[in-house]
Design a protein. Structure first.
Lengths: 226, 542
């Protein structure tokens, strides 16, 4: 029995890898929704990401596999963990009641639609037109090298232009996160603390109400004036 | 180092593309300018709060504009070219839009300075974001590759999200930024997915290569390609605020500071249409029968919905937002025609609209409160008596937007409608003319309010006016820079008089912006030939 399994594994390594990776992905996905503790959910998500990375490697997409781990497992899930930790790990009641009404049935419907889409795409043979411009897979040069070459030749300008995006991101984050500083032409700089959220809510709601009243009444008057 | 190179050089040698810095000159000037301003402001913090920052930003945009004009004269004498592995194209279309965008940036730096000296926050950040976003818009206008289009769009949009949320003390502004950010993020994702599907169908992201692939191959089952085109149209339709992707526009234009709204209206539209025209007409001319009906429908809806909803607005910023949707419909006419005449008509419309809208918002900025950001049309009542010059300029800019004779507005509307008629879509031309008639109403309504008298007897009996005065007074409280303002007097003044008191504080920068806008709009309206000739030369070649 065991020898036949090993033989099968040797004969069809792809299949065995796929089954193992798929099991990891599914187990992780199940863990995300089933865990009571949000930290466990986030860690299960890491497991799913790793499983998907294995599937990418099996498809000869080594670069995507690396990106999957670096970006999703490394950055996105860590961000999730930060948020969970900042909100407080012990708040389990988040899961006990639904925030949105009809969340579960809608989720099931969306899941069924997504599954149907995948099945439809797997069945149909839509022509994808040209072969990839980077050339056929199986050449002596591997995938990662190809991407590196494309980034530094065909896509050199877009690659450099992403730097501007990062500059804007830093500038924007610093500006938006900073306290309001009213600048004076003289030497002193007066820092105004942002008002208490409750107060400002109150103030703004009142003033907008005033304005909406203004609008209604004044548009009435305007008809007379014109 | 050599061993690393040895490791790399196992495959064929990497051929680096030759980089023509001239071709990306305006982008480099704007980006380096922004970085230098940031550096200077951190090295010399005392400069941060002075007009020197604005002057530097102005100089940067002026140099970018001059560089664009030099590129244009090169183009006229030597013809179009491609650069940096075909990811940049320098045809007349691209360079015309470069000139449009850098003039918009130049005017907006001035308008922004007028806003910043009132609100006294984030002078450096505002100007740097403005410079970087116009670099993104110029990158988009000269993009020869879908990836470059996407990056240009993102650089432009992300800076605009922050500019919409710039007035942090005002919750409407924060709301505007958040709405714009979330919806814009979605639309960028949709656009990116469109690029992916197009790549899947044609095997390349280069716009020129997509066209030649589709010209030489027949895609037998073209589901992926059609889905890709549809998603690209949705993504760009959002950026130019075409109906039904327009829902963000009124809230964002109202919440954002008026100076930023004017910049947004001019540059986001110019850049979005640059992408739309380049992608549809250069990359997918073979699929014309598929995309033309979609654009036809978008144009008709945008024209009608924009004009009708603008009528019922009581806030002038919201009204201008809907009017910008209406203008987007007119530019879409040129896209729907899909001919060379349509392209130059759209370009002419974009440059004419740029000057009109920035000038209009620069005037609106005078009437804006830092605390609430709203500008009810009523606040302009009686402006003609108290500040006749300002009222006249506002009236000229508004009737120019409505398409009055002797302004660029009329020629702009005429050129796109003529292109539509030449493309035999008569129904669309009729819809456009009807919507222009409807649009005339809401522009003239503002003019009528400005030139009507202030009803003196109403001031005392109507409680609303008192509330308005109260709001004004609180506006004075929030503005720390105006302690010297006699608030006791303000409370007893009639609203129109308060408006006068405010309007008298028009900064020099705002005057310059309005002056340039008027000169451009009326000057090229009376002597149309140079600009029309330029727009005719500005053809899409790649």
């Amino acid at each position: 029995m065991e020898t036949s399994l090993i033989l099968a594994a040797i004969a069809k390594p792809d299949l065995i890898t796929f089954i193992a990776a798929a099991a990891i992905v599914l187990a992780g996905a199940f863990g995300v929704v089933a865990s009571k503790n949000p930290v466990h959910s986030a860690l299960s998500l890491v497991m799913t990401m790793f499983g998907i990375a294995i599937l990418f490697i099996e498809e000869n997409a080594q670069f995507l596999a690396a990106v999957q781990i670096i970006v999703y497992a490394g950055a996105v899930v860590v961000l999730f963990l930060f948020v969970i930790m900042l909100l407080g790990v012990d708040r389990r009641e988040i899961f006990s009641r639904e925030k949105l009404r009809g969340q579960l049935p809608m989720g099931i419907v969306a899941g069924v639609i997504a599954l149907g889409e995948v099945l439809l795409l797997a069945k149909t043979t839509w022509a994808t037109g040209a072969k990839a411009s980077t050339g056929p897979v199986g050449n002596s040069v591997d995938n990662v090298t190809r991407i590196a070459r494309a980034v530094f030749s065909t896509y050199l300008l877009p690659f450099e232009a992403t730097a501007v995006l990062l500059v804007i991101a830093v500038l924007a984050a610093v500006y938006l996160a900073r306290r309001v500083v009213v600048e004076h032409n003289e030497e002193e700089e007066i820092a105004v603390a942002i008002p208490e959220p409750d107060d400002s809510d109150f103030g703004v709601s009142i003033s907008t109400a005033d304005y909406s009243e203004d609008f209604e009444n004044e548009s009435d008057e305007e008809v007379i004036d014109l | 180092m050599n061993s690393i190179l040895g490791l790399i050089s196992t495959g064929p040698k990497i051929v680096f593309p030759s980089i023509s810095y001239k071709a990306i000159g305006p982008e480099i000037i704007l980006i380096v300018g922004a970085l230098v301003i940031m550096l200077i402001s951190s090295l010399a913090p005392s400069l941060k709060r002075t007009k020197a920052i604005g002057a530097m930003a102005f100089a940067v945009t002026a140099i970018a504009l001059i560089d664009s004009i030099v590129l244009w004269s090169n183009f006229v004498s030597h013809g179009a070219s491609r650069a940096i592995a075909s990811s940049i194209v320098l045809d007349g279309f691209a360079i015309f839009l470069m000139i449009t965008i850098s003039s918009a940036a130049l005017l907006s730096v001035l308008a922004g300075e007028a806003y910043l000296s009132r609100s006294r926050i984030g002078r450096v950040e505002y100007h740097c974001l403005l410079l970087l976003s116009s670099a993104g818009a110029i990158l988009l206008a000269s993009a020869g590759d879908l990836i470059v289009v996407f990056l240009g769009l993102e650089i432009l949009s992300i800076a605009l999200y922050v500019m919409a949320a710039f007035e942090k003390r005002n919750q409407l502004s924060g709301e505007a930024g958040l709405k714009y950010f979330i919806l814009g993020g979605f639309s960028s994702a949709i656009f990116l997915y469109g690029i992916a599907l197009t790549y899947g169908a044609t095997g390349t992201t280069n716009i020129q290569k997509i066209a030649s692939f589709l010209a030489t191959n027949t895609v037998t089952s073209n589901g992926v390609l059609l889905a890709g085109i549809a998603l690209l149209i949705v993504g760009l339709g959002f950026k130019v605020a075409a109906v039904p992707f327009h829902l963000w526009t009124p809230d964002v234009y109202q919440g954002a500071p008026a100076a930023a709204s004017g910049y947004m209206a001019a540059v986001a539209k110019a850049a979005g249409f640059a992408g739309l025209l380049r992608i549809l007409i250069t990359a997918f001319p073979t699929q014309r029968l598929d995309w033309q009906p979609i654009i036809w429908g978008l144009a008709a809806l945008t024209l009608v919905v924009g004009a009708i909803l603008a009528i019922v607005q009581s806030d002038i910023k919201r009204m201008l937002a809907y009017s910008s949707i209406n203008h987007a419909g007119f530019v879409l006419l040129g896209v729907a025609a899909g001919t060379a005449g349509g392209v130059s008509g759209s370009l002419y419309y974009l440059i004419a609209y740029t000057f009109m809208v920035i000038g209009t918002f620069a005037i609106v900025n005078v009437f804006e409160d830092s605390d609430t950001g709203v500008v009810p049309i009523e606040r302009l009542r009686g402006l003609a008596r108290t500040n006749p010059a300002l009222a006249l300029f506002m009236a000229v800019l508004l009737v120019a937007q409505a398409g009055a004779p002797l302004t660029t507005g009329l020629l702009a509307k005429f050129s796109v409608i003529a292109a539509t008629v030449k493309a035999h879509s008569y129904i669309l031309a009729v819809i456009a003319m009807l919507s222009a008639v409807i649009a005339t109403f809401f522009y003239l309504r503002v003019v009528a309010v400005m030139y009507s008298k202030v009803p003196q007897d109403k001031v005392s009996e109507s409680p609303i006016d008192d509330e308005e005065v109260l709001v004004f007074a609180s506006g004075g409280d929030g503005d720390l820079g105006s302690f010297d303002r006699p608030e006791g007097d303000l409370a007893v003044l009639a609203p129109a008089k308060v408006a006068v008191a405010r309007s008298l504080r028009i900064s020099t920068e705002a005057k310059i912006v309005v002056g340039i806008s008027i000169l451009f709009t009326v000057g090229f309206g009376i002597f149309p030939n140079p600009l029309v000739h330029m727009a005719d030369l500005a053809k899409l070649l790649f």
